[in-house]
Design a protein around this ligand. Sequence first.
Ligand code: NAI
Length: 285
Amino acid sequence: QNLPGKTAFVTGGASGIGLGIAKALLGAGMNVTIADIRQDHLDSAAAELDGGERVLAVKLDVTNREQFAQVADAVEAKFGKIHILVNNAGVAVVGPTELATFADWDWVMGVNVGGTINGIVTMLPRILAHGEGGHIVCTASMSALVPVGMTTIYSSGKAAVTSMMECMRPELEPRGVICSAFCPGAVQSNIADAAKTRPADLADTGYAEADKRRASGGNFMHLYQTKEQVGERVLEGILNDELYILTHSEFLTGVEERGLATTAAVQTHLPENPEYKETFAMLFR
Ligand code: NAI
């Protein structure tokens, strides 16, 4: 990847992890667009990035498809082409699954999965059309790979975007577009404030009480990685064409255990049908 002079588009790029990624890509010589639903985040992030004409800060709700297309047009008008898409905007609710309302599911899935779908449908044809190659990174989470209790909505959405990258990778690599799933552990950010962007029509939450208790449960931010650390890690993952961009060695055992459990569950005692195996591999290459 020859990054200098090329253009990156980072959703949720005005805070936390997205801002860390934007910083690293700007540092690598790219033009960077940060797209975010919060104007106050955009203003402070633009000041922090201090990238002059190489930075565009635009308001975008990733769940709004028309707005997504308009913003993509505006980015192309300014920078010409888009090469790297980082689907990073995300929100979370945490707590027992039985408390979740439809609105809790719809809000988190709408932003974390729907927003990623909107990014792919809007940007992929544009990236393929210019033929200069590109990269799509989705910010998933370590919880996509190692199940974490009380995070059913959040983690299942992160598993979905990880799977999108796994499926798209072999399909798009021959056409010069590399796909990566970024799966960090805990990172210092403003995600605890995510409810501030929750739309009024999805306000009905089952977690109000659980949230209050969690908020008083202590602050462990000092144990988390910084946005700069993970931003540099994503840059490295892009430069190395990594499918899984991981950050936290603490989860090694969990990842191994999951791999071993799925491997052990394969029905090796049954006879294998070589024709089925070959046909399947051919059809879904
Ligand atoms: P953050 O809250 O600091 O940053 C997220 C940004 O996304 C905010 O500026 C917010 O305004 C924006 N956003 C929210 N909804 C949006 C929408 N509908 N359209 C456009 N922008 C929207 O949070 P953080 O932690 O940096 O989150 C970034 C991504 O990283 C998320 O996908 C999150 O799930 C993921 N993640 C975070 C981890 C952490 O420990 N902070 C760990 C693993 C994954």
